[in-house]
Design a protein around this ligand. Structure first.
Ligand code: MG
Length: 264
């Protein structure tokens, strides 16, 4: 099932999306059925149906924290002149970096090298700690697309990554959550202005989804709605004012964001 969060006027709803085409893209036939209450508790249709084109999509979840894995694909680690670490390399993005599909990514004046990193995002559905690998399925609500937007120059000059990864708008999530994805069978494609920049199978991850979720939960309590970004394949590259960047994952859909210069 595809679960989105959307606005109609002043009202905000969760809803179930249906009627995408075979490539998980929105068509004139695509609809959204609003859900009563919160989907982590119970997916209960409210009864009405709207055209997806008539609503404004929001980030599908508001996480308390976003935990990210660095260098989780060997080819990407290599393009960073590095190697994939033996254990997942964790860092955090602030919840204030989250935006939804269609919202603009603001290029901060402090950086001259902002780059895209298309990633599979895991959405946690239950509070958990110390989850064994074979029980990770019980705490995963679903999956969405993410862009781990990174100020590459600041990542290098700062020596640690809080600023480079943490600017407002640097964590696009969406367009919705797929609750039935088998991540190892999915692939990810990043395009900038329609030109393919990144493409790879999710199965090329060094540490797979169960290993990553279990590892993160051995360190910190995960809350419902928390998001884990699982790393990016090779091909990261620059974003500039006026670009349109899209992260597509088979079985989910496509997260698309315009890029603009932020006012100093
Ligand atoms: Mg990343």
């Amino acid at each position: 099932m595809l679960i989105c969060r959307f606005a109609v006027g002043e009202d905000i709803w969760f809803g179930a999306v249906d009627g995408l085409d075979d490539d998980d893209q929105v068509t004139d036939e695509s609809i959204v059925a609003p859900i009563e209450g919160h989907p982590f508790v119970d997916i209960r249709p409210e009864g009405s149906v709207m055209k997806l084109a008539d609503v404004r999509l929001l980030a599908p979840v508001i996480p308390s924290k976003i935990v990210c894995v660095g260098k989780n694909y060997r080819e990407h680690a290599a393009e960073m002149d590095s190697e994939a670490p033996d254990e997942p390399l964790l860092f955090l993005k602030p919840s204030t970096a989250v935006i939804g599909s269609g919202d603009p990514i603001d290029l901060p004046w402090q950086s001259e090298q902002v780059e895209h990193e298309g990633e599979l995002a895991v959405v946690i559905g239950r509070m958990c700690k110390d989850i064994p690998i074979d029980r990770v399925d019980e705490v995963v609500f679903g999956y969405t697309c993410a862009n781990d937007v990174t100020a590459r120059d600041l990542q290098k000059s700062d020596g640690q990554w809080a600023r480079a990864k943490g600017f407002d708008t640097f964590c696009p999530l969406g367009p919705w959550i797929q609750t039935e994805l088998s991540p190892a069978d999915a692939d990810i494609t990043v395009r900038v202005n329609g030109e393919q920049r990144q493409h790879g199978g999710i199965d090329a991850m060094v540490h797979d989804v169960p290993a990553v979720v279990s590892y993160v939960s051995s360190c910190m309590t995960l809350l419902p709605g928390d998001v884990i970004l699982t790393g990016t394949p090779e091909g990261v590259g620059p974003l500039t004012d006026g670009d349109l960047v899209s992260i597509g994952i088979s079985g989910i859909g496509t997260l698309t964001n315009p890029v603009r210069s932020a006012a100093p």
